[in-house]
Design a binder for this molecule. Structure first.
Ligand code: 5GP
Length: 213
């Protein structure tokens, strides 16, 4: 029997909510996930590699990807472009993998509009104070960038009701397990179980014909 198609999952959340660590732990702890690598025009942070965290492109290269219709969605975030390459996501979903897109809200809503079965998860720290503390402690951005990300967070908070689930990232391991169980429960949603439903319905139909005991 062919593997069921994987679930497309979008994970968004305030910059500094701990999404990166969460994704890393999810991949380490559980099988069957594929993390989509986005294209971006922002500069690599120390330690980031082309093809691992992001595909780093010039603005011109990025605009070429848009023209080629090679992206499921793209958005501008704090002066840079970010977008999701289409081919990888399709391939992994068809192979039965659950594919995670870690993208911001404009992109998330575009994906949901295009592909309505997408599961939208929003990750947040328990408090606003904790959000600021995590951003400052990360030490990878200037105070100016941190402030623009905090301002943006207050806009982003308004989009939370558009999501399917809110995950509060207080204890990382608990949050990873909660995310895994929400995603896995989607596999049992009737719309994702059509192959099984067809099979067992056909098998049970045999009883209707009064099969000998
Ligand atoms: P960062 O620069 O901190 O890596 O990412 C900034 C924001 O861009 C994050 O909220 C991240 O989730 C989002 N992002 C990363 N990749 C994509 C993408 O492919 N599309 C969209 N729309 N947002 C993305």
């Amino acid at each position: 029997m062919m593997a069921d198609r994987g679930i497309l999952v979008v994970v968004s959340g305030f910059s500094g909510a701990g999404k990166g660590t969460l994704m890393k732990r999810l991949m380490e702890k559980y099988d069957n996930y594929a993390l989509s690598v986005s294209a971006t025009t922002r500069a690599p942070r120390p330690g980031e590699e082309h093809g691992r965290e992001y595909f780093f492109h010039t603005k011109q290269e990025f605009e070429e990807l848009i023209l080629q219709d090679a992206l499921i969605e793209y958005a501008q975030y704090v002066d840079n472009y970010y977008g999701t390459p289409k081919a990888y996501v399709e391939k992994q979903l068809n192979a039965g993998k659950d594919v995670i897109l870690e993208i911001e809200i404009q992109g998330a809503l575009k994906v949901k509009e295009k592909l309505p079965d997408t599961l939208l998860l929003f990750v947040t720290p328990p408090t606003a104070e904790e959000l600021k503390r995590r951003l400052v402690n990360r030490g990878t951005e200037s105070m100016e960038v941190i402030e623009s990300r905090l301002r943006r967070a207050s806009q982003e908070a308004k989009a939370m009701p558009e999501y399917d689930y809110i995950l509060i990232n207080d204890q990382i391991e608990e949050c990873v397990d909660a995310m895994h169980s929400v995603i896995q429960s989607q596999h049992d949603a009737v719309k994702n179980r059509s192959a099984f439903i067809t099979k067992i319905t056909e098998e049970i139909a045999v009883f209707e014909k009064g099969e000998e005991a």
